[in-house]
Design a protein around this ligand. Sequence first.
Ligand code: NDP
Length: 491
Amino acid sequence: MGAVEKPRDALPVTAGWEYASSLEGREIVSFEERYGLFIGGDHVTPRSRSWFTTVSPSTEEPLAEVAQAGPRDVALAVEAAQEAFERWSTWRPAERAKVLFRIARVLQERARELAVAESLDGGKPIKESRDVDLPLAAAHFFYYAGWADKLEYAFPGRRPRPLGVAAQIVPWNFPLLMLAWKIAPALACGNTVVLKPAETTPLTALLFADVCRQAEVPPGVVNIVTGDGSTGAHLVRADGIAKVAFTGSTEVGKAIQRELAGRDIPLTLELGGKAANIVFDDCALDQAVEGIVNGIYFNQGHVCCAGSRLLVQESIHDQLVRKLKRRMATLRVGDPLDKNTDVGAINSKAQLDRITELVQSGTDEGAELYQPPCRLPEKGWWFAPTVFTNVAQSHRIAQEEIFGPVLSVLTFRTPDEAVEKANNTMYGLSAGVWTEKGSRILWMADRLRSGVVWGNTFNRFDPASPFGGYKESGFGREGGRHGLEAYLRFE
Ligand code: NDP
């Protein structure tokens, strides 16, 4: 009797088997009951006398009380940074490099603790905070430590000088990593900083204050003011700042640009995205499926450069969608501290509502929704991995940034059509191209209006590689030698 043949693209059967949970130790991190602001090297009580509670999105458990900085607090932080700038900017660059190097080493030493804190406060799976956020955050400090005493070589024939106090505002999707992207180049160039973390994820920035103490960062060189959007607005308006760097929504980015109009303050904006992940019929299909899954379900899709639009060549559409659905059925949604978890919690109730609303619009506009069967935890904020087929370019789910685990599938026939559809968005942050032909990757990269184009991979980051957008994805570059330029003036 012949054996029953499995379909060639079948995955091993998982039904009936359960993973044993493998929890990362929660006890490695202990939060204070209440955090003040980090100003001039000290934790200070906010003048505003106001606090808010930060909760874990996976359990809704309160984690700590955090200060809500008002205008007076922000002004004090900027004053502390101005005072520190007088000395820090005159340090020998090689000495500044040592400070950055020490920060990188302390981040490595405390990686486990910081990864757990990041997953608790933000909801991302521990395997991501442990294997992506922390190693990359440390790598950014190592990388820019290397540049600190070589600025003259980075810009031959020009005399680079620091700007002064950099006001830096970061979002909730990569709290510590975005902090590293901002603070490392600013300090390497001799600036001092006032950083505002997002309201829902302030804890790793507050732990970073302790990393600064351990690394002997001089008082006032790094200041951290927590609070909601109003704290960010006070920071942008503050007297004494010499630079603004913002990562977040296009809407707030535009508001900041308006606020700075007429003031001679350089600005970098890293805003939203609606990346096209473009799959040609000659690609390694299983590898592409992995790239698609990584592109959209990594960090619950809370990624500005997420591959949220899948453009697939018509001839392989059905086969690819079938493989993708099978792969999605193996994704494990649940406790961020479980090392087996692939998709963690949605960062906040507000973000969950936004995702739910946009997904509803997809169904209403006629796209076809698929979600693999999965049990979502009862407490906390969750959304199952989702894919929409039969999507039209005019649908909101093909135009707007959902910032959740939701993929929209569209088709194309020719490379020209793929380029046209990929560029048919107000954003221009990233794109992916999957094909066996190297020449086609280069041809596409030339025509895609995206700051980053990945070839046969997705969501790859390296401190040496510049990152940033076109169109409404913002301007300026972070990372690499280009990332230094944003924090320098030239004599
Ligand atoms: P925001 O742009 O509001 O938040 C980013 C940062 O800016 C946060 O620290 C926020 O503070 C702060 N902020 C808010 N308002 C102001 C202001 N007027 N002036 C200065 N700073 C301000 O993003 P949201 O959290 O509201 O997310 C909304 C949408 O934005 C998401 O659904 C997603 O589409 C997109 N987004 C894009 C990101 C990206 O990396 N490109 C990152 C985050 C969101 P606070 O958190 O306290 O409100």
